[in-house]
Write a protein of this length. Structure first.
Length: 400
């Protein structure tokens, strides 16, 4: 490595490390507050440590690309403002040779990002969710957050507005344990305790609607104990697309693609699959299947299969696009930094913010349309990558 290349890359690397530390701290503030809350609530330290080990590395998917963009813009805008870029040109130095090491470092970070997004982040999702079924009720309530639907227990969904210790307030329970009737239970407050594998809810000022399959009416009580049987022992976590790692995701995409293609082709095999899916949806109940009528016709099942395939593809492509942000931000940050011609760091920060915001907004929009398989969101999600490469090529040709 020549002296000039070593000087530029050294400046780039030092700026990257500083930006990486600052961004990592900013991105983990909320996580640190959550961890402190767990400790204050009495969550065992081994569980807190496991939570930290899988949650903190997830910030790498954001902090590394953003740090590369900030360092590229700031370093090369400073070189341009100090007329060092002009001096290099006057000496006949090819600027492409000067920027090759920052680009190589960006490629290395891209490879690291692929590994993080396909191994670390899915592991983090899985551990955080399975963590809820490993802990006791007190610890579980510390991990489960108020203000959202909790569906980690079999045949039951919970929602509560706030909690204080083992007390929860504004509780709503959706009980699906009886196959003949679904019940909605509400309570102003409830004390949650554990007895073996059971969870007991001591409900105050509660209502239940309906009482059971024979009494389709609402009932009220000032105090009632509602038990969820074997939910701690039997609460098994079902993997979601976010939890699949690289090769698992490829296998799921291949199997789901084969299923969708078979259903679209029709024939006896598709009819057999339709019957199996109908039986799974109705629990083998012929009366229930008849009551569903045309809701689960072949075209509905086929539509569902294509939607599931689209979700898997978008999730897989999202990880690659997030990883590609590293090289994209380096390629576009260097010519933008040279073009700025200003010493003030605020200009570089504004440019970095605009580029990163535009990049991630498109990705988020495609994630919201992940089931719209007809528009192929798994391909459109690559649009910010393509735009960055085209823009980087034009700016590099113009300013280098």
């Amino acid at each position: 490595m020549k002296t000039l290349e070593r000087y530029v890359f050294g400046s780039f690397l030092s700026s990257f490390l500083l930006a990486f530390l600052v961004l990592s701290f900013v991105l983990t503030i909320g996580l640190l507050v959550q961890i402190i809350g767990y400790i204050m609530d009495g969550v065992p330290m081994p569980l807190v440590g496991e939570f930290c080990m899988v949650s903190l590395p997830e910030t790498l998917q954001w902090s590394i690309p953003l740090a590369l963009l900030v360092s590229a813009v700031l370093v090369f805008s400073r070189l341009s403002a100090d007329s060092e870029i002009s001096a290099m040109r006057a000496c006949g130095i090819n600027l492409l040779s000067v920027i090759r090491w920052p680009i190589a470092f960006g490629v290395l970070c891209t490879v690291l990002g692929v590994w993080v997004n396909n191994e670390i982040v899915p592991r983090g999702h899985e551990v955080r969710r399975t963590l809820k079924s490993k802990v006791s009720v007190r610890t579980g309530l510390s991990v489960l957050e108020p203000g959202r639907v909790i569906d980690d227990f079999p045949n039951v969904k919970l929602y509560f507005g706030r909690k204080e210790g083992n007390w929860v307030y504004d509780l709503v329970v959706l009980d699906y344990s009886n196959p003949k009737v679904d019940r909605v239970i509400t309570a102003d407050k409830a004390l949650i305790t554990q007895t073996g594998a059971d969870i007991d809810l001591e409900l105050y000022h509660m209502t239940v609607d309906p009482v059971d399959e024979k009494r389709q009416t609402m009932a009220r009580a000032n105090r009632f104990v509602y038990s969820m049987k074997n939910v701690i022992r039997n609460s098994e976590y079902t993997k979601r697309p976010k939890d699949y790692r690289f090769f698992e995701m490829l296998g799921m995409i291949r199997r789901q693609g084969s299923l969708a293609a078979t259903l679209s082709a029709g024939g006896e095999k598709a009819a057999a699959i339709n019957e199996r899916m109908m039986a799974a949806a109705t629990g083998g109940d012929a009366k229930k299947a008849a009551a569903l009528g045309g809701r689960l016709k072949a075209e509905v099942i086929r539509e569902f299969a294509w939607r599931e395939l689209s979700v898997l593809k978008v999730e897989f492509m999202k990880r690659l696009v997030f990883a590609m942000a590293s090289i994209c931000f380096v390629l576009i940050g260097i010519p933008l930094g040279i073009r700025s011609q200003r010493r003030e760091s605020t200009i570089g920060m504004a440019i970095s913010l605009a580029v990163s915001l535009g990049y991630y907004v498109v990705v988020i929009l495609m994630l919201s349309a992940e089931e719209a398989y007809r528009i192929h969101p798994e391909f459109i999600i690559w649009l910010p990558v393509a735009v960055c490469f085209v823009l980087a090529a034009k700016l590099t040709r113009r300013h280098l």
